[in-house]
Design a protein around this ligand. Structure first.
Ligand SMILES: *Cc1c(COP(=O)(O)O)cnc(C)c1O
Length: 459
């Protein structure tokens, strides 16, 4: 299995190199040369596997045995999911006429753990095998930063620097990051906004000498390893509901921001998973919903909502889907992306739009999100976090849909309290978080100060 770029400028590379490359060197995104097709007999067999065994089977489809030996890969995978608190890793729970696929049993209670626990293990393994060091740098508004920190804490050959806006992330998110005291974890609280942090990170990545000399890398959602880990739970949910009966199609609803999670569902469908529709649910930041209804992909302003992990302007993984929509033609992708970079968007033809039927996109407003949390709680005693509620709201009229639960409600206690009048109960992993010692460096929003801090830590 080899990987190519959506923009055509990368000679086919093995999985391990795709993982360390992250963003393709030609500015595009990496994809497998072909998507493996899974037979009905294999699907039937997979439906009876445990989550870890299934993950080994699914991810194994995307990694050549002479790239990473099968036993090594299997061990990296089983270790990645050993820190999940639920024996099923991602259980499927019936809620009224719907199902909830709970993806929040990892160390930071958000679905990003599924991918980042594996990515941390892969990085450590590849650095040890191939030599070299990696210094991860990123800015976060909350979820990604804490999941990344928990994915690489204590790992050899790696340091991680995460910038968050000082006193502007939720107290739980702040503590999930700053109470990690491993020597390779460096939390920086920027005296500014999330955008200030992100702009500092961009400047440092654009400082090519600094980037090269200090081995900077990213863990953002464009890394193919993150997608591959997320494909697994679509197969898992189908197996639980179908019992291996390939006549049984399952619909999914996915709260979407950067299009990573829902794209994993699309790949699962192309692999032959019996799937009906993929409901793509956005909040008020609805660039994707507008695309699916008009064929135009035009930037808007970012509106802050109660589902902040979906407050995006551009969906960084969308280029992967565009590649398939445009008949896998890298030149056509380059043209569209050039239009996006030089202006504020692009449109695709009606012929292209006729092939978008795998998705149904729905935008859900703030009032509806709160209403959904309240209604589902009152009717079924089940608490949704605001991200999950966006997906649930999109599926409300369609019974049987599997709604992906991307965060534990306790992570977003304020929104839940607005909906039902009280804070959700805290799971065990959050108990006592306020009392734990913290380590964080508060710095001004100044790229030079941050650069000096990183240099001083790396010696
Ligand atoms: C990141 C995130 C999302 C959006 O996922 P994408 O892969 O970016 O579409 C949804 N919900 C939560 C809680 C998240 O952290």
């Amino acid at each position: 299995m080899k990987y190519i770029s959506t923009r055509g400028g990368v000679a086919p590379i093995p999985f391990s190199q795709a993982v360390t490359m992250g963003l393709a060197t030609d500015g595009g995104l990496l994809l497998p040369e072909t998507i493996p097709l899974i037979s009905r007999a294999t699907l039937e067999h997979w439906s009876g596997l445990s989550f870890v065994a299934l993950a080994q089977a699914v991810i194994g489809q995307f990694v050549a045995g002479d790239d990473i030996p099968r036993e090594d890969l299997n061990l990296l995978i089983s270790n990645a999911f050993s820190r999940f608190s639920h024996p099923e890793v991602t259980p499927v729970v019936p809620v009224g006429d719907h199902y909830v696929l709970e993806l929040f049993h990892g160390p930071t209670l958000a679905f990003k753990d599924v991918a980042l626990q594996l990515l941390g293990n892969l990085f450590e393994y590849l650095l040890k095998r191939d030599g070299g060091r990696l210094n991860i740098l990123g800015a976060t508004s909350g979820d990604t930063g804490s999941a990344a920190i928990h994915g690489v804490r204590g790992k050899k050959g790696m340091e991680i620097f995460i910038l968050h806006p000082h006193e502007r992330v939720s107290p739980i998110q702040e503590r999930q990051m700053t109470t990690v005291l491993d020597a390779n974890v460096h939390n920086i609280a920027i005296q500014g906004t999330f955008d200030d942090g992100q702009s500092i990170v961009k400047k440092l990545f654009n400082d090519l000498d600094f980037k090269k000399n200090y081995h900077l890398g990213a863990v953002n959602s464009i890394n193919w390893a993150r997608i591959v880990a997320q494909i697994v739970y679509y197969f898992y949910a189908w197996g639980r509901l179908s019992g291996g009966n390939c006549e049984r199609k399952v619909d999914f609803s996915v709260p979407t921001g950067n299009f990573g999670d829902v794209f994993a569902g699309y790949v699962a469908k192309r692999m032959g998973l019996p799937m009906g529709r993929l409901l793509l649910a956005t909040n008020r930041n609805d660039i994707l919903t507008r695309f699916f209804s008009t064929g135009g992909y035009y930037l808007g302003r970012v509106h802050p909502t109660m589902s902040p992990s979906m407050d995006i302007q551009v969906s960084s993984n969308f280029e992967r889907y565009l590649f398939y929509l445009l008949h896998e033609d890298p030149r056509a992708v380059r043209e569209k992306m050039a239009e996006l970079e030089s202006g504020n968007g692009f449109a695709v033809s009606e012929e292209v739009m006729r092939r978008t039927g795998d998705f149904r996109a729905v935008a859900v407003g703030e009032v509806e999100t709160l209403e959904t949390i309240r209604k589902v709680y009152q009717a079924h005693g089940y608490l949704l976090d605001p991200h999950t509620a966006v997906g649930f709201a999109a599926a409300l009229e369609t019974p049987g849909v599997v709604c992906l639960a991307t965060a534990h409600p306790a992570k977003f206690g304020d929104a839940v309290k607005q909906a039902i009048g009280r804070e959700p109960d805290r799971p065990k992993s959050l108990a006592g978080l306020e009392q734990l010692p913290r380590r964080v460096e508060v710095l001004p929003a100044d790229v030079n100060v941050v650069r000096n801090f990183i240099m001083s830590r790396l010696g």
